[in-house]
Design a protein around this ligand. Structure first.
Ligand code: NAD
Ligand code: LMR
Length: 367
């Protein structure tokens, strides 16, 4: 035994008088490391055998959503006749050798899927097909979000954070919220981060810069073709120089015309090209939404989230409306005090009115 080994043994015996093996030191160190690990979070993904989930699940399992030190337990919900396909997804997750993936629950029972959930990502819905209007989706989807809201209310943690992706996302979110009265209203959100990312992408392309140089675009309202992608407070930073998007682009006709309609119609353009709705970019936006909500947004950075309207910017309460937000300590805050031009106001009200109509139609469906 070397002198160093002897000294370690003495030290070890002082620290652990009940043990006399060096292996025990290693064992205790391992136990200590394990006890420092954060408890695994339970993440529900509905529509788990669908195409968005196929891109999303590996991102959750590899730490992109919650960080590299957070174990996850995936709760996968599918309709019963799709369970055999879901088993294939489960096998692939097992074969992916993801160190953070602690366990998988795969089921067609909402009360099993939502049990003790920390996060619920509601993707499963009837997707819009080429030529179909979003309003057509309301009747197909209202029942799904009623049942899932009720299950959340009954068995999920009261702190569960909910993100609705399945369309019409804002109104489906409102329904889930309505049927889960025991969960704080502000825990219900819908995805407009994909639209936000699309808007950044269009500005970056126009200016020939990277998306990382584009900041504080805003999506107001509904995840639909009435959404208002707004660049009025956004800026770009190129070679250390900060400029408003308006000044950098220097083409208001574009920013108030083609830019807006390209972002509004991007989902439809992808359906027309792929014959399926967006999936890879949707999964990426879902990760961005939850990661920022949980881990926070960089100082001064706005992101877009559809959240319960609280009267901010004179949008009445009672709809799920996309606003610019910042996130800190697991909470989002709607950015206040931005100047709203007459042009912007018209677009913000139009998209609100669509949401109010969708709400009325959805509630009628359920009577
Ligand atoms: N908000 C956004 O930015 C955004 C972006 C893209 C797609 N979407 C929407 O996301 C949804 C899913 O898209 P996709 O391409 O993955 O569709 P998909 O058809 O590939 O997958 C949907 C899955 O949901 C399942 N499902 C249906 N009803 C269910 C229920 N009650 N419980 C559990 N699972 C159920 C289906 O069996 C299917 O496997 C669609 O509504 C689509 O329009 C939203
Ligand atoms: O509009 C759709 O159904 C597609 C999806 O919401 C998208 O924005 O890509």
């Amino acid at each position: 035994m070397t002198t160093t080994q002897k000294r370690i043994r003495v030290l070890h015996q002082q620290l652990y008088p009940e043990s006399n093996s060096l292996n025990q030191i290693q064992h205790n160190q391992t136990l200590a490391r394990m006890s420092n690990r954060k408890e695994a979070v339970r993440v529900v993904v509905t529509g788990a055998a669908g195409q968005i989930s196929y891109s999303l699940l590996p991102l959750i399992a590899n730490g992109a959503m919650f960080g590299p030190d957070q174990d996850v337990i995936l709760h996968l919900l599918e309709v019963e006749f799709v369970l055999p396909a879901l088993q294939g997804v489960v096998m692939e997750l097992e074969d992916g050798s993801y160190p953070l993936l602690k366990d998988i629950v795969a089921t067609s029972d909402a009360n099993v899927a939502f049990k003790d959930a920390d996060f619920a990502i509601l993707v499963g819905a009837f997707p819009r097909k080429d030529g179909m209007e979003r309003a057509d989706l309301l009747s197909k989807n209202a029942g799904i979000f009623k049942v899932q809201g009720q299950a959340l209310d009954k068995v999920a943690k009261k702190s569960v954070k909910v993100l609705v992706v399945g369309n019409p996302a804002n109104t489906n979110c409102l329904l889930a919220q309505h049927f889960a009265p025991s969960i704080p209203k502000e825990n219900f959100t819908a995805l407009t981060r994909l639209d936000h990312n699309r808007a950044k992408g269009q500005v970056a392309k126009k200016l020939g810069v990277s998306v990382r140089d584009v900041h504080n675009v805003i999506i107001w309202g509904n995840h639909s073709s009435t959404q208002y992608p707004d660049t009025t407070v956004g800026h770009v930073v190129v070679n250390g120089e900060k400029k408003s998007i308006r000044d950098a682009v220097n083409d208001n006709k574009y920013l108030e015309g083609d830019f807006i309609s390209t972002v509004q119609k991007r989902g439809a353009a992808i359906i027309a090209a792929r014959k399926f709705s967006s999936a890879m970019s949707a999964a990426n936006a879902i990760v961005d939404h939850i990661r920022d909500w949980v881990l926070g947004t960089p100082e001064g950075e706005y992101v877009s989230m559809a959240v319960p309207s609280d009267g901010s910017y004179d949008i009445p309460e009672g709809v799920i409306y996309s606003y610019p937000v910042t996130c800190k300590n697991g909470k989002y805050t709607i950015v206040q005090g931005l100047t709203v031009s007459e042009f912007s106001r018209g677009k913000m009200v139009a998209t609100y009115e669509e949401l109010a109509d969708e709400k009325k139609a959805a509630l009628e469906q359920l009577q």
